[in-house]
Design a protein around this ligand. Structure first.
Ligand SMILES: NC(=O)c1ccc[n+]([C@@H]2O[C@H](COP(=O)([O-])OP(=O)(O)OC[C@H]3O[C@@H](n4cnc5c(N)ncnc54)[C@H](OP(=O)(O)O)[C@@H]3O)[C@@H](O)[C@H]2O)c1
Length: 246
């Protein structure tokens, strides 16, 4: 029997990148997966196709996490399609870089809406139906703890998310629901493909394990975080960066 047989997971932002890797891994581990996306329906359907062709269960569900009214329907969709919810992975996120002069109120709001308010409202909706043993995973980033002068806003969103990981764990712990963060280093994805040539070499040079991360690396840590082996883990964020400190 696979470790998550009978479990149901929502992975936000699972049409590509790290989220797609997490969806594929949780499905391979036996969970039925809601593959959330904002715009890329075709990419999400491709992830669903890969899961179902491998014998798993998945459905693509559109919901823009920046729009509060679209968040609770995502949880409703999990219940409608699969009858329950056990795992929420708050992965959807955006990252724009720039110096202090480049910061705009619009960019600030866009980042906080997707990266902080989205996970908070998704957890609020999920917590109404998660059973004891349920798990919420927040995908943070190494730049929360070691920001750069190019990531004022993005780093702030992930710092806020790490605080939510702690505070939500405190509220939900008595119900047997765990909240765990996973903080990747540099992972090559569709979202940062245009940055790889400039950013990857200096980061790899500072990475003890000597390469960039892959979505499957992060998915493996998420698979651990939601497993019974992590039953004593909550309110903490696990670094998954090959030893890189930004
Ligand atoms: N890549 C890295 O090096 C790295 C490092 C540390 C942390 N992270 C974090 O890991 C997560 C995933 O990053 P990634 O590089 O895999 O991103 P990515 O390749 O850009 O993919 C982003 C995913 O999030 C979805 N998304 C974006 N805005 C959304 C919204 N408003 N509502 C719902 N879904 C939305 C996208 O959906 P559509 O395709 O439909 O637009 C897509 O599925 C983010 O939280 C990011 O901050 C990434």
């Amino acid at each position: 029997m696979t470790p998550h047989e009978g479990k149901v997971a929502i992975v936000t932002g699972a049409s590509k990148g790290i989220g797609a890797g997490i969806a594929l891994r949780l499905a391979a581990d036996g969970a039925a997966v809601v593959v959330n996306y904002a715009r890329a329906a075709g990419d999400a359907e491709e992830v669903v196709r890969r899961i179902t062709e491998a014998g798993g269960r998945a459905v693509a569900v559109q919901a823009d996490l920046a729009r509060p009214e679209q968040v609770a329907p995502l949880v409703d969709a999990a219940l409608r399609h699969f009858g329950r919810l056990d795992i929420l992975v708050n992965n959807a996120g955006i990252y724009g870089f720039g110096r202090l002069d480049d910061v705009t109120p619009e960019a600030f709001d866009a980042h906080f809406h997707v990266n902080v308010r989205g996970p908070l409202l998704a957890t609020q909706a999920a917590a109404r139906v998660l059973p004891a043993g349920g798990v919420v995973v927040n995908i943070s980033s190494g730049v929360a703890k070691s920001p750069s002068g190019l990531t004022h806003v993005y780093s702030s969103t992930k710092g806020a998310l790490d605080v939510l990981t702690r505070s939500l764990a405190i509220e939900l712990g008595p119900r047997g629901i765990r909240v765990v963060g996973v903080a990747p280093g540099f992972v090559e994805t569709e979202g940062n493909a245009h940055l790889v040539d400039d950013f990857a070499p200096p980061l790899v040079a500072r990475t003890p394990l000597g390469r960039t991360g892959r979505p499957a690396d992060i998915a493996a840590v998420v698979a651990f975080a939601v497993s019974q082996d992590a039953a004593w883990l909550t309110g903490t964020t696990i670094d998954a960066a090959g030893g890189l400190v930004f």
